[in-house]
Design a protein around this ligand. Structure first.
Ligand code: NAD
Ligand code: FES
Length: 277
């Protein structure tokens, strides 16, 4: 059982929770994720680690209330317990030895990007960050990222804060002005990561994207999270979630993501695979 230490609403339906999990906090690295089950009968869902504090023994998760489990999780309060909280899972992001990095985050994808930004900045890396969301209310972690980056650029689809338009408009401008980045990291909607990767390919800048497919077991056994990268099949839960954006088959990933869209929208849909029946 894992105690909720803190809970804050940071955007419309977007919740930040700090969970007491000292063993996971002791090992977690940027890019990794946890799988949780709210209750004994609940489904397992993956959530990327949005922050970790080894001293406090806490893991921060950020999620949007979109389906059965995230709504169930959102009903819990500080002092309540989460039934299962397993991790850290997945491969840590490869961030060492970079001189100058451009990080691009879209919507809720800003949350998993934050520990990477912080890690790079604390290592003395020059980090430029572009974050965007549909409107200012949805633009999360702005102050935290401002404190951990060399330059921050904001975009909103409706122009309520920063540039009016997509993050990719700013990527295009920055790359045209000065493309001397050693690495570009993009986390957000698949269409955004595909657009960023195609821009950086023109400049031959290595680009990492974070894949977020449906996961069931999170241990490489069910095959649910498969992605095709450079013509080979990988499992995001054990081989990723980070992959080379220039090699990911985004069209296939988008088709696979759309397969369960209706079920995901159903408030009552609770995947029972692997739960006790
Ligand atoms: P959203 O649809 O509101 O988009 C957020 C921003 O992404 C937009 O404001 C825009 O700047 C950019 N964007 C969107 N469509 C674009 C396009 N066609 N071209 C260029 N830029 C575009 O985002 P949301 O509703 O918050 O969804 C977040 C997405 O992030 C989800 O699809 C989720 O699966 C993904 N996600 C990924 C991870 C991960 O680890 N990879 C983690 C959490 C969320
Ligand atoms: Fe089952 Fe990755 S979630 S193989």
């Amino acid at each position: 059982m894992f105690e909720i230490m803190e809970k804050r609403t940071i955007g419309p339906g977007i919740i930040l929770m700090k969970v007491k999990a000292p063993l996971i906090a002791g090992k977690a690295m940027p890019g990794q994720f946890i799988m949780l089950r709210v209750s004994e009968e609940g489904e397992r869902i993956p959530l990327t680690v949005a922050d970790y504090d080894r001293g406090e023994g806490s893991i921060t998760i950020i999620f949007q209330e979109v389906g059965y489990t995230t709504k169930e999780l959102a009903r819990l309060s500080p002092g309540d317990f989460i039934r299962d909280f397993a991790g850290p899972l997945g491969m840590p992001s490869r961030l060492d030895g970079q001189g100058r990095v451009l990080c691009v985050g879209g919507g809720v994808g800003i949350a998993p990007l934050f520990p990477q930004i912080k890690y790079l900045y604390n290592q003395g890396t020059d980090v430029d960050v572009i974050i965007g969301a549909r409107s200012s209310d949805y633009l999360i972690l702005v102050d935290e990222i401002r404190d951990s980056s060399s330059n921050i650029y904001l975009a909103t689809d409706d122009g309520s804060l920063g540039h009016k338009g997509f993050v990719t408009d700013i990527v295009k401008r920055l790359l045209e002005d000065d493309n001397r980045y050693d690495l570009v990291i993009a986390v957000g909607p698949l269409v955004m990561m595909r657009a960023v990767s195609s821009m950086t390919k023109e400049y031959n800048i290595p680009t990492t994207v974070s894949m977020n497919p449906i996961m069931v077991d999170g241990t490489g056994m069910c095959g649910g999270c498969r992605v095709t990268v450079g013509g080979k099949v990988y499992y995001a839960c054990v081989d990723g979630p980070d992959f080379d954006g220039h090699l990911v088959d985004f069209d296939e990933a988008i088709r696979r993501q759309q397969m369960y869209r209706e079920e995901e929208k159903e408030a009552e849909h609770n995947c029972r695979i692997l739960s006790k029946i």
